[in-house]
Design a protein. Structure first.
Lengths: 750, 95
């Protein structure tokens, strides 16, 4: 249930991002010096020690009101939490050696107890939370004490001072090790939640951690460090160039960015953002994750809601909507950070805002997180590289694809009985997955002789189809390449479209494998440092069932399972065979009283029916060790993304060669589940939609091929060599059908 | 609420939360949900842009959210649910 909620809430979170992306703008800022850094740092220590003092007072208040100890909720963790809390958090565990045992014993009624704590804390919050200006009159001693606490925690070995500090607040949340808590398992950790303690957010300390990590990352990956270098040289912030515009009262984000954020940065620098983002949005290390897990919940309702905002002016977390906005309004704070995506929100603008430098910091934090969790970087917004920008500028003409537009359609000249090729090419060009592959320019040809590479030729073909030109295309180069690679198709005779289809897939497949291996050997030899990426590619290539990972196999290859059952011992021997298409018999069945199939489903049922092999074809059974009669049954183990059915209309037998022109009804959409080997696979979705039909008109000796292809949703066209006409779905379904191409509706992921 | 909080805390701490989030983002992009929602937002903006004071993010979110939620494919929800279940089961097994 909770997961479901998570999905939904994440969906909402995602909406926000989408919303943000609508207003894209770019801001460049080049004004800052490294010299400023030190002064800003000292300024920050003082600002935050003031905050620390504020929270201290809040704690004392907590003490007086004698809030009951929040009961612990146990969450087991892999790592012993003692190590991970040796830094600042150990301040809490100092008091918990006594309190922790109480907490662990009172596991029940925690909800009620916590609720009261949360409420109590929330009640207390408003009073001591004075705006920084007012708080600046705070006693220096408190600030000094806090600063001292901060410094001791960096050494993280002695907890005497911090213990004293934490002891003041019994309501303080803590991570207590299981051993200390008493009675808990050694490796268990107890997580209690509560308002954030000031010692948990001493920015300078964390800033140092983040900067250190960032510089380490910088050192590791100095190849692509252009961003990092840029940032580290300018970590002192400062936006003097924009200061003149700050006073202008605008409520909407201007072209140059949010003025409120610029004001904020001028006053507070980027450090707070950097630390909050590193610890609560991106979680750069284990310590950060632990802190987020414990402290990062709404100050208003205590929920760990997916969309939490952190106020960047003071220590406050709040849920999306009323909780955070009421805080921002009451405190006159403007800038908040949305924690699930790390986007900045400006309350004055009532909008999400962008800032180039913040984005760079955020990217570093995301990289650190990815490194720490050993995961990929995750989704990043596309920011065109200079090369891409230039390409976009050079090709200023954009094409808007509307319904009823003909882009993607082109007639193909008949070069003398080449209609068998034309119809297959039309079907292939209109295969969505294949066009995705070629249109995104993913074929990286290993060989220099691109004019000999069939994949390059097909790639060029896709460009031609979508160029917008309406004149028919001549496929002589493709034909020539096919002739070279599939000798049996060479010559000006009429050929079978199905044979051509399979031959084309085969040649493409061979080219892909060759290009890939050449490419890899080249990259392996050329750069030793590039070994990482290529070895990763190898791992994925060999990953799936021994078949290669080329685009043809990804789209067209399925796995057929055949079970041979021995009639004597019922022992099953199973074999798997890859397939590119399914050939279906149309003639009368010999066993079931001479029924002729009427629909595609009939054909498939016949195809997957158990077949008695008869006494003439005894097979040696592996269990009985003797030759026995057996039955054989096909089923589909895995289905490709594109299933093509070949209706065997051309019958070649000893007696007669004939074409079977009987009408076979085929559906637009159908579910292949009944023909699968494992029918009750919970994940499987085997629904397919028709997208191309190749027809043959004429006799077995001579005739003409045409193709119906789905151009857009519910728009069908008939491709008859160079003539392309609109067609209705009825026309398509009423056609005879020779090759039927179905595309999977829901694609699975690896 | 308590259970979901515990799950929240556990997944955040183990780092799985961030991985799940990435997975969800990828799935939603791959299944076209992102594009659909973008289109939805765009249409709303086009519709409302004529009115005098435009649209705020809050309004947009309020309007898009219910529709966007219904657009999330069941397969994605199912996969994520299974994923979270597996993670929690693994956690159970380790302790």
């Amino acid at each position: 249930m909770c997961a479901c909620v998570f999905v939904r809430v994440c969906a909402v979170a995602f909406v926000c991002v989408c919303v943000c992306k609508i207003r894209v703008f770019e801001k460049t800022e080049n004004s800052s010096t490294a010299q400023k850094q030190s002064s800003y740092l000292t300024q920050f220590v003082s600002v935050f020690s003031i905050k620390v003092a504020k929270i201290r007072r809040k704690q004392r208040k907590c003490d007086k009101t004698n809030v009951p100890q929040p009961s612990a909720k146990r969450t087991k963790t892999k790592e012993n939490s003692v190590d991970s809390t040796t830094s600042i958090l150990s301040s809490g565990s100092g008091s918990s050696s006594g309190a922790g045992s109480r907490a662990s014993s009172s596991n029940n009624n925690n909800k009620r107890a916590y609720a009261s704590v949360g409420r109590g804390a929330a009640d207390v919050v408003p009073e001591p939370r004075i705006p920084p200006q007012a708080a600046s009159t705070n006693p220096r001693t408190a600030a000094a004490a806090a600063a001292a606490a901060a410094t001791t925690t960096t050494t993280a070995t002695t907890t005497t001072t911090t213990k004293a500090a934490a002891g003041r607040c019994p309501a303080d949340e803590t991570v207590a090790s299981g051993g200390r808590g008493g009675g808990g398992s050694v490796e268990g950790a107890q997580l209690t939640k509560g308002p954030l303690n000031a010692t948990h957010l001493s920015v300078p300390v964390y800033l140092r951690t983040v900067q250190k990590l960032a510089s380490e990352l910088d050192g590791n990956a100095n190849a692509n460090a252009s961003v990092n270098v840029n940032v580290s040289s300018s970590s002192g912030s400062g936006s003097s160039s924009t200061s003149s515009a700050v006073d202008v009262d605008v409520n909407v984000m201007s072209e140059t960015g949010c003025r409120h954020y610029q004001t904020y940065v001028k006053e507070h620098s980027y450090d707070t953002f950097r630390v909050i983002d590193a610890y609560f949005a991106a979680c750069v290390n284990k310590d950060a994750r632990l802190k987020k897990a414990i402290h990062c919940n709404c100050f208003e309702c205590g929920s760990y809601g997916i969309q939490l905002y952190a106020c960047l002016h003071c220590i406050y977390f709040g849920c999306r909507g009323a909780h955070i906005t009421s805080h921002l309004r009451a405190k006159k704070h403007n800038i908040a950070l949305e924690l699930s995506h790390g986007t900045l929100y400006c309350y004055a603008c009532r909008d999400f805002i962008y800032d180039a430098r913040s984005r760079e910091y955020a990217l570093i934090n995301r990289k650190l997180e990815a490194k720490d969790l050993q995961k990929s970087l995750g989704w990043q917004p596309w920011i065109p590289t200079p090369k891409e920008t230039n390409l976009l500028l050079a090709n200023a003409r954009r094409r808007l694809v509307r319904p009823n537009q003909t882009i993607g359609l082109r007639g193909l000249l008949n070069l003398g009985a080449t209609c068998f090729m034309n119809c297959i090419v039309q079907a292939l060009v209109h295969t969505p997955l294949l066009s995705d592959y070629f249109m995104s320019d993913r074929h990286d040809c290993g060989s220099k002789a691109t004019h000999k590479c069939l994949v390059c030729e097909v790639s060029r073909l896709f460009q031609e189809f979508y160029s917008g030109s309406r004149s028919p295309l001549s496929l002589h180069r493709l034909l020539h390449l096919i002739w070279n690679h599939a000798k049996h198709l060479a010559g000006y005779e009429q050929q079978d479209a199905h044979e051509f289809f399979i031959a084309t897939l085969d040649v493409l497949h061979r080219h892909c494998v060759k290009a890939k291996s050449e490419h890899e050997s080249k990259s392996n030899s050329s750069s030793a440092s590039g070994g990482n990426s290529s070895s990763g590619g190898n791992a994925t290539a060999t990953h799936c069932y021994g078949q290669c990972n080329c685009i043809i196999d990804q789209i067209f290859t399925g796995m057929l399972q055949s079970d041979v059952v021995c009639q004597a011992c019922n022992g099953v021997s199973t074999t798997f065979d890859p397939f590119w298409d399914i050939s279906l018999d149309l003639g009368e069945t010999t066993t079931h009283g001479g029924v002729t199939p009427k629909t595609l489903i009939d054909c498939l049922e016949r195809y997957t029916r158990a077949e008695h092999l008869g006494s003439a074809a005894k097979i040696k059974c592996s269990t009985c060790k003797s030759y026995q009669e057996s039955t054989k049954q096909f089923s589909l183990r895995t289905l490709p993304s594109v299933v093509s059915f070949h209706l065997k209309r051309f019958e070649h037998s000893a007696l007669i060669d004939r074409k079977i022109s009987s009408f076979i009804q085929f559906p637009v959409e159908f579910d292949m589940t009944p023909f699968m080997s494992e029918k009750n696979n919970a994940y499987g979705d085997f629904r397919f939609s028709l997208y191309a039909v190749v027809n043959h008109v004429g006799t077995i000796d001579t005739g003409h091929y045409t193709a119906y292809v789905r151009h857009q949703k519910d728009t069908w066209v008939k491709c008859d060599d160079h003539v392309i006409t609109m067609a209705s779905l009825k026309q398509v379904l009423d056609s005879e059908g020779y090759l039927l191409f179905y595309h999977k509706n829901v694609l699975e992921y690896e | 609420m308590t259970v979901s909080n515990t799950v929240d805390q556990y997944t955040i701490m183990s780092g799985d939360r961030s991985k799940i989030k990435d997975l969800l983002c990828n799935r939603l992009t791959e299944c076209g949900w992102r594009d659909e929602v973008r289109l939805l937002c765009r249409n709303i903006l086009l519709e409302k842009s004529n009115s005098s004071n435009g649209v705020t993010v809050e309004q947009l979110i309020a309007e898009v959210t219910p529709k966007a939620r219904t657009l999330v494919p069941d397969a994605v929800k199912k996969e994520l649910l299974m994923k979270i279940r597996t993670i929690l089961a693994e956690n159970e097994a380790e302790n």
